[in-house]
Ligand binder design. Sequence first.
Ligand code: SAM
Length: 281
Amino acid sequence: MSGKKQGENISVEFKEYHTPSSGIFFKARKQLYKQDSPHQRIEVIENEHFGRVLLLDGLVQTTDKDEFFYHEMLVHPAFLTHPEPKNVLIIGGGDGGALKEVLRYPVENVCLVEIDAQVIKVSQEYFPWLSPCLRDERTELIIADGTEFIGQTDRTFDVVCVDSSEPVGPSASLHEEDFYQNMKRCLDSRSVVVAQSGSPIFHQSPIKLKNRFLKEMFKVICFYTSPVPTYPGGSWAFVFRSDSVRPLEINGNPPEGLKYFNPDIHRAAFSLPNFLKNELD
Ligand code: SAM
């Protein structure tokens, strides 16, 4: 690991602003890692309550304590509804949390396309779930820009999970209309695409915009939400798209051992609060 490891027991306060006047802070028991990759600043800190926290360009991506909300809710809704998910694509997701959830299923191949090899290396060192997932023979790791990969591949996937960061920096293109337009070539009529879509509290305009262009491209498009305690607003939106699979038509059971997701949570997650429903209607 070439990154700079910081000394033990430093007491530093990390602040992520969600608006110019509010946000979240973490006192760091230790700053474990801090280095700029060619794509972004990567930091890992240790907080007494949330455990290890991964930040990219100062924004929280995942924490030991609450990663399961986000990763289970990104992955399992698609797998509970697709009749036979065998070939899976994850775009982004270098921390390995989504990969860990996908590998709970008897899939044949999971292709993870991450732009930043350094996120993978750092996550392998600091987050215990990633290394076993990378050793799994079904995992295929590609270090590339997800937009370019989608533009060039001739492969077809049953499930695509877009596990991007915020729509700034390298992730910006993963939130755009062209990316989803190109993705249509990689899907068949039963494919399901899920993507993280930001905070329903703070990011209503981008959610509305995504809804508008995705409605033109897919027959089924539904947003759903989940709590994620360390993300802006504490609640997160995801979007589910397909040309035939409907989110409330459940096929099968989720795997054992999940901490958050179950079929009741699945059904409830697609019931949106009025303020968001009104925006999307
Ligand atoms: N759960 C997270 C969230 O919403 O905050 C997302 C975390 S995941 C670590 C996001 C990953 O997407 C990062 O590792 C980042 O390097 C990767 N990424 C950003 N832009 C990308 C691109 N254009 N192609 C592929 N991966 C990308």
